[in-house]
Design a protein around this ligand. Structure first.
Ligand SMILES: [Zn+2]
Length: 217
């Protein structure tokens, strides 16, 4: 697991980006694809960095939690005997011929039942589907936790969840109230942010006031 704690280099990168984005009313920018910082335009940089430093253990915990859904390092070829990561543990891949195509964890192994066990493309497809389904379950758990932080009657309910591989964004809320989340990395903050969009479809002061209220630290 790579350390993603902000290092001095990272701060330097942030500083450069902050200077740039401070020109906007509210600036927001991804620092690499891992950390997003949102601050009012008049917040002094030192204060922002201090907050990030203080929150570093929490950020680290979130990233560690969600890194378990990223099994693709190093590149896998989806052949038997290879190890795959799930929930921070390594599982040896076992591919067996079976009428019913299915993936399961069994006795410390990631077992893939396939119609064509020699076809690594099919194995890959099955394993990725399995990871996605597992991610869905975890995201639902997080969503329930996040929703509980909204007091009634503000505990808005999205009409659905879509988990997708997004290149540029962590998440979004569709006009129809569907919560779209990035399959690669989701943290509570993103879910909370998007849930607030069920009430406000912009990033105005009222939006951030609500976000601050339901996510005070
Ligand atoms: Zn937003």
């Amino acid at each position: 697991m790579t350390s993603v704690l902000p290092t001095m280099d990272c701060y330097e990168a942030m500083r450069a980006k902050c200077n740039y984005w401070q020109k906007c009313n509210y600036w927001r920018k991804f620092i690499s694809y891992l950390i997003e910082i949102i601050a009012p335009v008049d917040a002094p940089l030192e204060k922002i960095f201090e907050k990030v430093r203080k929150r570093a253990p929490w950020i680290q915990r979130q990233l560690q939690f969600f890194s378990q859904f990223q099994p693709r390092t190093p590149r896998r070829s989806f052949v038997a005997g290879e190890t795959h990561l799930y929930l921070g543990r390594q599982y040896k891949l076992k591919v067996v011929s079976h009428l019913q195509q299915e993936v399961k964890l069994y006795r410390g192994k990631l077992v893939v039942q396939s119609h064509r066990p020699k076809d690594s493309a099919i194995t890959k497809e099955l394993v990725e589907e399995w990871y996605l389904a597992r991610a869905h379950t975890k995201f639902r758990e997080r969503l329930i936790q996040c929703q509980q932080r909204f007091p009634k009657p503000e505990n808005y309910e999205p009409t659905g969840i879509v988990v997708r591989q997004l290149q540029q964004r962590w998440g979004s809320m569709t006009a129809g109230g569907k919560l779209v989340l990035n399959r690669s990395l989701i943290i509570d903050y993103v879910i909370m942010h998007e849930l607030c969009h069920l009430r406000y479809d912009n990033h105005g002061p009222a939006f951030y006031k609500l976000l601050d209220r339901v996510m005070p630290d």
